[in-house]
Design a protein around this ligand. Structure first.
Ligand SMILES: [Zn+2]
Length: 437
């Protein structure tokens, strides 16, 4: 018999009003305590432009079997600590897991939200990673996914079943770039109430653990690790080194967490982005486009800034109000500046919602200082009318408009990378801290 472990994938149990798919990871770990967990639980973010997504478009995947190699802590529920193994094998059948997973999913999903369409899969093999790449960058058809999972395990869908796409895609992820997140959860009686976390402790943690990112919004002077939704999450700390996460979590003061789980994730990797020519940008995609500013920024209602770039074809780009200082940089752009724009594309009106910006070069601008001097007598020449050049009153010598004295004007911005403030960033966007480290 072939040695088989099983992969459990779940998606779309959360809603705008409560719950969070990640919460189910610890529930599954406890439910399947008699099995070994292999590797970190995974939290996989998928295409942020899917119009029917729930909050963060995140799905989870856990692998069970017989653990081999070293073990490390991945989860704690009250006083009970759970570990995962580096490697594993096994002779498990997906059907052993069906009822247990169903029980966990059905007792947690938000049935009242029409956008919550849960599903789970239990698979013996990972589907090809091409599924993940399509799901993070594009739109995947439900029928395609059903074909992929049949014969490779089992699945169950609820309501319209769209969650099957995320659940299966999460299983198919094979990390290239990767980050980690420790997510802590609240005591049940606190769900829906305000979170009480000490701001100073979050700032101190941010200072002390350099491998973590997006912790504190210094521009807004606010905590960025805690959500504002009524979900069970107390806070989440993201970082590049999983071993820093438990000490970082322990440095946060305030409300006590009831449990925590460490996830391996694709957050902060920019994997949703694809380099494209403007004419090739499709629906619901996120892109990296290079172009020249052809229409400088203008402010629209709500304080948003819209500018247009061209690479032969043209597209509008938008910096939204919550991006603050970033918007200030954008407001200084001028026609002729060369940019690389990172962002997701909105279809109507067709606009790139800018997630990050690289200024490659700034157009040199000169300001007219004064009229030219006469090449014969050296006196200051006079204007010969608008756009008609200059003329010396004494010698009657003429000079073109381009002969005016000009001096270069310093631009208030410089080439380099710029990103929105911490709390305006997307789960998948790679923070500059990760680019520059
Ligand atoms: Zn003259």
């Amino acid at each position: 018999m072939l040695a088989m472990t099983v992969y459990v994938g779940i998606d779309d149990t959360d809603s705008r009003t409560g719950m969070c798919t990640t919460y189910l990871a610890s529930e599954l770990i406890r439910e399947f305590e008699e099995y070994d967990l292999i590797g970190y639980p995974r939290l996989v973010r998928l295409n942020p432009n899917i119009p029917w997504k729930t909050r963060g478009n995140g799905a989870i995947c856990l692998r069970f079997g017989k653990g081999r190699g070293g073990k490390f802590p991945v989860c704690r529920i009250e006083d009970q600590e759970f570990f995962a193994f580096e490697r594993g094998d096994g002779s498990l059948s997906p059907s052993e897991f069906e009822e247990g997973v169903a029980k966990v999913v059905e007792s947690h999903f938000m049935t009242d939200d029409e956008n919550t369409n849960p599903a789970f899969v239990v698979l013996s093999r990972k589907p090809a990673s091409s599924l993940y790449w399509r799901a993070v960058r594009d739109v995947v058809a439900l029928e395609d996914v059903k074909r992929l999972v049949s014969g490779n395990g089992l699945y169950r869908v609820y309501k319209n079943g769209r969650g099957l796409i995320g659940a299966t895609s999460a299983v198919s992820w094979r990390p290239r770039d990767r980050t980690y997140e420790i997510i802590t959860y609240r005591q049940r009686d606190k769900w829906g109430t305000e979170r009480a976390l000490k701001k100073g402790s979050v700032m101190a943690m941010d200072e002390r653990f350099d491998s973590t990112f997006n912790n504190f919004d210094y521009e807004e002077d606010g905590i960025a690790i805690a959500p504002n939704s009524p979900c069970p999450v107390l806070f989440g700390i993201r970082g590049d080194d999983p071993e820093d996460l438990v000490p970082a979590m322990s440095a946060i003061r305030g409300e006590k967490a009831q449990r925590w789980t460490i996830f391996l994730t694709n957050q902060g990797t920019d994997e949703h982005l694809v380099k494209r020519r403007i004419r090739n940008i499709g629906k619901n995609q996120s892109v990296i486009v290079q172009g020249k500013v052809v229409k400088p920024p203008r402010r629209i209602q709500g304080g948003h800034l819209i500018f247009r770039i061209s690479d032969g074809d043209e597209i509008d780009c938008a910096a939204y109000e919550p991006s603050k200082k970033f918007r200030k940089v954008v407001s200084e752009l001028l026609e002729g500046d060369e940019l690389t724009v990172y962002g997701s594309v909105r279809d109507k009106p067709r606009t790139v919602n800018v997630e990050k910006l690289q200024i490659n070069s700034l157009k040199a601008i000169k300001e007219k200082e004064g009229n030219p001097e006469c090449p014969q007598c050296g006196r200051r020449m006079k204007s010969a009318g608008s756009n008609a050049g200059y003329r010396c009153r004494r010698c009657h010598v003429r000079a073109g408009e381009e002969k005016a004295k000009r001096s270069p004007v310093a631009r208030p911005i410089s080439p380099g990378f710029y990103e929105p403030t911490v709390s305006a960033r997307r789960h998948l966007s790679k923070p500059l801290k990760r680019i520059q480290n």
